[in-house]
Ligand binder design. Structure first.
Ligand SMILES: [Zn+2]
Length: 441
């Protein structure tokens, strides 16, 4: 107590001295700086909107209690990184599981729920923003799910509804494959693939509407630019990009142009506060130099992957995703990792273009062959992001928004809008789908 009084007297007596020691001489920034980055990170509700760990649960029998074993997310790293909530990605390889999309989707969903059941003291399976906050208060990792790729619904609105019932709270309309009702940035230039006329078919519009009505966040990561703008026009709720970075800094079709960033911030319905772009950590999306180097070795890598697939086919076995990933990683390891500042540049750029309320983190951990910037090897390294942001002048409040506050706001708004839509009983865009008949009977 006495020491604090002495310090106060010192500060009152020698303010000029303090200012002189602060080279930037920006007193308004001082409170943020005096709150250490470590404290800010520890006290924040940190939400990652995308990790592909469920592939490991199913294919490798990986358990969240295991050591990382080459991955980026387990219970230990989540604790060290103060991860508050994870949206586990339910991704079905469209080639490998042709004809069994729903089965594989359900198995992945089950694997996530089994993990939560196995670790009740550390994990908490939740489906709402309030659930995320409750888990956080109990110092448990909130476990949520997002489907990656609309092909999982097999052109069935009832399947979409059942995924919602099982806890899925966002869906990317496509993965790298167009699915007949929404187009992907991954194959939009491939003339042999059928694409929609306007970005979304009539059924695609119904999917977006039904997601709005259910309270499932519409995720535009992976979609083509035309599908992106069409979706914004159709959606009655703000949308998210669960794992996309800025195209102005790294020219990948999966990244968002400045115009798209502004659009996400401004769309979402009459009283909306707008959507959020969650920055993808993948080196190939954050560094142009890395991307160029990748392109150079791509033909050789694709040949090796094809060789692996051909060999397995000859033996009558499927190739586990982990094996392909291992091979891709060997090639990736030849390219120098981008600096951490490259990742921070994307957060910074989106915060400047779209606004501080429209940026977050969607790591893509366990889905990018460990191709990550320097210093980021697992969820345990997330505090370094807060440190780097604060070093650039971001306040504690800014950091809390980026680390999870923004996504939570959008999730809440989507939930709110779903309640309004359910009360409205608005007619559907196409008359073909017997949407609610089963509910009304
Ligand atoms: Zn993805």
């Amino acid at each position: 107590m006495r020491n604090r009084l002495a310090l106060t007297l010192f500060l009152v007596a020698f303010p000029a001295l303090i200012c002189a020691q602060n080279p930037a001489n920006t007193p308004h920034k001082m409170p943020a700086k005096t709150q250490s980055a470590s404290f800010v990170h520890r006290s924040a509700l940190v939400i990652d909107s995308h990790a592909d760990t469920p592939q490991r649960f199913v294919d490798e029998h990986f358990d969240m209690g295991d050591p990382l074993g080459g991955g980026q997310l387990n219970l230990d790293s989540a604790r060290k990184g103060n991860l508050g909530a994870e949206f586990f990605s339910i991704w079905v390889d469209p080639e490998q599981y042709k004809g069994q999309y729903a089965r594989r989707t359900l198995e992945l969903i089950d694997s996530v729920r089994q993990q939560a059941l196995k670790h009740p003291r550390e994990m908490y399976y939740v489906t709402t923003p309030a659930g995320i906050e409750l888990a956080h208060r109990e110092h448990r990792l909130a476990v949520l799910m997002g489907i990656e790729g609309g092909h999982s619904i097999e052109n069935s609105i009832p399947l979409l509804r059942q995924y919602y019932t099982l806890g899925v709270r966002y869906m990317t309309l496509t993965w790298t494959n167009s699915n007949g009702w929404a187009d992907s940035s991954g194959d939009i230039d491939d003339k042999s693939i059928p694409h929609t006329e306007q970005g979304l078919s009539e059924f695609g519009k119904d999917v977006v509407y039904e997601m709005n009505r259910l309270g499932m966040m519409v995720d535009i990561s992976h979609v083509s630019d035309r599908t992106f703008y069409r979706t914004l026009n159709i959606s009655r709720a703000p949308v998210i990009a669960s794992h996309s970075s800025a195209r102005a800094l790294c020219d990948a079709p999966r990244n968002m142009s400045d115009q798209m960033l502004t659009a996400i911030a401004n769309y979402g319905g009459p009283n909306s506060k707008g959507g959020v772009v969650m920055v993808n950590f993948y080196s190939g999306f954050i560094s142009q130099a890395y991307r160029d180097a990748q392109k150079a070795i791509e033909p050789e890598m694709n040949k090796a992957v094809q060789g692996l697939k051909d060999k397995a086919k000859a033996e009558g076995k499927p190739v586990p995703y982990a094996d392909i990933e291992k091979l891709q990683r060997q090639f990736a390891d030849r390219i120098p990792r981008p600096p951490l500042s490259a990742l921070i540049d994307h957060i910074d750029h989106i915060a400047k273009v779209a606004g501080i309320d429209h940026v977050g983190i969607g790591t893509d951990f366990d889905g990018i062959n460990g191709q990550l910037p320097e210093g980021i090897d697992s969820v345990a390294d997330l505090p370094k992001i807060t440190e780097a942001l604060m070093a650039r002048g971001y306040t504690a409040e800014d950091c809390r928004k980026i680390l999870g506050g923004n996504l939570l706001r959008v999730f809440r708004e989507v939930e709110q809008i779903s309640k309004q839509l359910q009360a409205e009983d608005r007619p559907r865009i196409s008359e073909k789908q017997p949407f609610d008949q089963w509910q009304k009977q």
